[in-house]
Design a protein around this ligand. Structure first.
Ligand code: ZN
Length: 242
């Protein structure tokens, strides 16, 4: 199985299309989506449609889906996020909301675990930025590998049973004696200083993970955010990648 993993699209259609165009060249057997398809960007509806057309094997709920569905209070979010959630709620329709309601908070099979933030109380949406943040998730993890999004900062971490460590680079060949946690980064609003869209490919048979980056038409995505009357900061940050 060769999985494509995408997360934190955030209504950025240009970024999503660039990622899917890149993935077309790969022999992908299944798509997995780790949440936050919507929120921040100007094309939530179109992004939901695109994701739907991929028929993802698993769909995980992010805090923005929960915000739009009224499962998380707006006071949880910062000002820009809250106003984007209100805007998004007015743009999507009942059918979209029904679709978002089918997303799970976490998923685990014999092969892998998926969650938006971290395994420690998934509905609290804790962030994983660096190795220090991974300890609790590693201790709760029952499978070889766990994929997360949410912080928009891609990174690969390993656990030898004692101490979590950051793996150098954005590629890893899985070691039999270790567990892994991969933050796949964000398609539509990267925050690690690299503005290119981030996503991951997991080749389960080869035991290999790659986090990949692709450029996209940032200017168009920005222009739509401004035209929609969304907070201008949500446009400017795309060019900076944070
Ligand atoms: Zn997000």
């Amino acid at each position: 199985m060769r999985y494509a993993l995408i997360s934190d699209i955030h209504g950025n259609l240009e970024a999503l299309e660039a990622v899917l165009a890149d993935l077309k060249k790969e022999r992908i057997t299944a798509y997995l989506c780790l949440g936050d398809i919507i929120g921040y960007g100007a094309n939530p509806k179109e992004c939901i449609e695109k994701v739907k057309s991929l028929r993802p094997e698993i769909l995980i709920a992010g805090n923005h889906e929960w915000g739009v569905l009224g499962l998380l209070e707006l006071s949880y979010f910062n000002e820009q996020a809250a106003s984007a959630i209100e805007w998004t709620g007015n743009v999507i329709d009942g059918g979209d909301a029904e679709y978002l309601k089918t997303f799970k908070l976490s998923s685990s099979d014999k092969c892998m675990t998926l969650v938006h933030g971290s395994l420690e109380e998934p509905k609290e949406f804790f962030y994983i930025f660096d190795a220090n943040d991974t300890d609790k998730t590693f201790r709760l993890l029952k499978t070889k590998i766990c994929f997360v999004g949410h912080s928009h900062v891609p990174g690969i971490f390993s656990f030898d049973g004692k101490k979590p460590a950051k793996v150098k680079g954005m590629n890893v060949k899985l070691d039999n004696d270790k567990k892994y946690l991969v933050n796949i980064g964000s398609v539509g609003q990267p925050r690690d200083g690299d503005p290119r869209a981030s996503f991951a490919i997991y080749d389960a048979r080869a035991g290999a993970v790659e986090i990949r980056r692709v450029p996209y038409d940032i200017r168009s995505a920005q222009a739509k955010i401004i035209a929609a009357g969304l907070p201008p900061l949500l446009a400017s940050r795309l060019a900076e990648g944070h």
